[in-house]
Design a binder for this molecule. Structure first.
Ligand code: DGP
Length: 112
């Protein structure tokens, strides 16, 4: 499958990894939008949040269970934003479900 994040998961494309286990991978975003910006992906290829259903939602739990730990490990102290762009109108560019974690500064209060 021609998926950048599947290739990062398999190690075919290098990344700055923060965390990995059998279900998820966290790595720094290549184009950071905040002082701390990393991505968490389920290893299972799900195209976007729109592809979550009762057969695969267990991996979403695995992602969210690790977010507080990873935010602390990444050095975030005063809160963070979790974003998952889903589909064309949300400008999702990589078609493998991922959660952006942004922090390290006061983020804008309004949606762009
Ligand atoms: P989105 O627009 O929500 O689909 O976000 C995709 C993000 O993925 C974007 O912030 C840049 C990041 N990204 C794309 N390709 C790579 C890559 O090869 N390595 C890393 N570390 N991040 C990537």
């Amino acid at each position: 499958m021609d998926c950048i994040f599947c290739k990062i998961i398999s190690g075919d494309i290098p990344s700055k990894k923060l965390y990995e286990d059998e279900n998820i991978l966290a790595f720094h975003d290549i184009h950071p939008q905040a002082p701390i910006h990393f991505l968490i992906v389920p290893k299972l290829h799900i195209e976007s949040a729109d592809g979550i259903d009762e057969t695969n939602s267990n991996v979403i739990t695995k992602v969210f269970e690790k977010i507080p730990y990873l935010a602390r490990e990444a050095g975030i102290k005063n809160g963070y934003r979790i974003i998952s762009n889903c589909g064309k109108d949300a400008c999702q560019s990589v078609k493998h479900l991922h959660f952006h974690i942004l922090g390290g500064k006061q983020l804008p209060g309004e949606m762009g």
